[in-house]
Design a protein around this ligand. Structure first.
Ligand code: ZN
Length: 193
């Protein structure tokens, strides 16, 4: 491995720290905490693709506004992602009103977020799209730091950070190793096909 040198610009495989805010329809919907920048690994789709591509070449201290179209953000609104569910499927006393958020379980037991669009007669119409689907995303970002990723971070494809306490860190490692085993098994299957 080359001698570790502090990176000077955002390129793939570099850990990037950013202060950021996300504005949608003129409203700030997400932002990093003061003095707690978000750390992510550039080039591994840890952040929205439309943002990641615009980060390339930025330097420490540099700020930028990045406007991301829906296609490079949370996707267009999928007209197929609306479903009608009979009222009887909801628990008694459930607040069946347009705009109410809820979670459904799909066939695999995965939780899916949904919003009630309308309630007509016996039917409840749900929107399963991501709440930010179809939206333009305006990011305001400032690069606060850059550093080389560790080999382990590169292997995992994400940042580990140095502000975990030891226990949390161990849990994180355990979790990742399980993930990795699954991935490795899949890769093996691919190779033997
Ligand atoms: Zn990891």
């Amino acid at each position: 491995m080359n001698s570790p040198q502090k990176p000077t610009t955002v390129v793939d495989d570099v850990v990037v720290s950013i202060d950021y805010s996300l504005t949608v329809d003129g409203e700030v919907v997400d932002a990093s905490e003061e003095n707690e920048p978000l750390e992510y690994l550039q080039g591994y789709q840890n952040v929205i693709p439309g943002l990641e591509s615009q980060m390339v070449g930025m330097k420490i201290g540099e700020s930028k506004e990045v406007l991301v179209n829906p296609r490079d953000g949370y996707g267009e609104v999928d007209p197929e992602a609306f479903v009608e569910v009979p009222k009887s499927e909801f628990p008694k006393g459930f607040d069946l009103k347009p705009g109410v958020d809820l979670q459904l379980q799909d066939q695999d037991g995965e939780l899916v977020n949904a919003v009630i669009v309308s309630v007509t007669g016996n039917k409840v119409k749900l929107d399963l799209n991501h709440p930010l689907a179809g939206k333009e995303l305006l990011f305001r970002v400032t690069v606060t730091d850059l550093r080389e990723a560790t080999e382990e971070e590169l292997a995992h494809g994400h940042v580990h950070g140095d502000d975990f306490d030891e226990e949390e860190f161990d849990e994180d490692e355990l979790f990742d190793e399980e993930d990795e085993d699954e991935e490795e098994e899949q890769e093996e299957n691919d190779i033997h096909r």
